[in-house]
Design a protein around this ligand. Structure first.
Ligand code: SAH
Length: 244
């Protein structure tokens, strides 16, 4: 049976008993049908796994005892931030899930000139919670013990203004046409990737990105859909400079 990994947003210590939060308890007891004595692994995003055993499982409640603590090394030496223009419908979920599996360190949903998705404040907060849950589920499944940071959706200009002056991260904008190929970049351990929406970056987006030090990265002669482009770039960079 595969290793069941459950994310718990709490401090974890070997020897401690932890009462699983309601959604995790329901998943463990009702969906996975684990029983007292069964093994599972908890993690809280601190880079460790906590092998544990279910000590009681009654209806909605599940209590586990943590048995040990193991450092996990499934993080890439390449820290990638994916700044992804909001894609429509479920595409964004898909991007968040796959980017987390491919090992990104952070995801920033961007509103750009041609973004077709509009988010009011309440909806934006709900989407953010939802994407965080998608990223956590991807970590549970893929064996990551560090959850990528998910930032609130924000306009491109606000994001660029808040980018720290630290330019140690290679800033790249994915743009069809002229641009550097991934294998021709200076070797790096940090990269920030900006990906345009379905309709591409608008006329005001690209100059703003270039002024902030973003260089064009080309993914070859074919135009990729937005949900393909970021993931292809992450895979290429992880293969050349990371751990793929
Ligand atoms: N109609 C748009 C294409 C948008 S594709 C146009 O012609 O510009 C959506 C996004 O995917 C783009 O904004 C870009 O960030 C990325 N992308 C698609 N194909 C690419 C390629 N071959 N190289 C680099 N980026 C690409």
């Amino acid at each position: 049976m595969r290793n069941i990994r459950i994310h718990v947003a709490a401090a974890l210590q070997p020897g401690a008993e932890v009462s699983l939060p309601a959604p995790a308890a329901a998943h463990v007891v009702r969906v996975l049908r684990l029983r007292a004595g069964d093994a599972l692994t908890l993690f809280n995003g601190d880079g460790h796994d906590y092998p544990a055993r279910l000590t009681s499982a009654n209806g909605r409640d599940a209590v586990v005892q943590i048995e040990s603590r193991q450092a996990i090394s499934t993080e890439s030496p390449l820290r990638i931030t994916l700044a992804q223009a909001l894609a429509r419908g479920e595409k964004m979920d898909w991007i968040v899930q796959k980017a987390a599996e491919l090992g990104v360190a952070a995801i920033v949903p961007l509103l750009t000139e041609r973004s077709e998705v509009k988010l009011d404040e309440a909806r934006a907060a709900k989407r953010l919670e939802h994407w965080r849950a998608v990223a956590i589920a991807a970590c549970e499944q893929s064996g990551r013990a560090v959850v990528p940071a998910l930032h609130a959706a924000q306009p491109l200009a606000a994001w660029l203004a808040a980018l720290d002056a630290d330019t140690s991260s290679t800033r790249l904008v994915l743009h069809p046409g002229e641009g550097c190929a991934a294998r021709a970049l200076q070797p790096t351990s940090r990269a920030t990737l900006a990906v345009g929406p379905e309709g591409g970056f608008g006329d005001s987006d690209l100059p703003a990105l270039h002024a902030a030090g973003f260089a064009n990265l080309s993914l070859g002669p074919r135009i990729l859909r937005t949900e393909t482009a970021g993931l292809a770039a992450i895979a290429a960079l992880q293969a050349i400079y990371g751990d793929l």
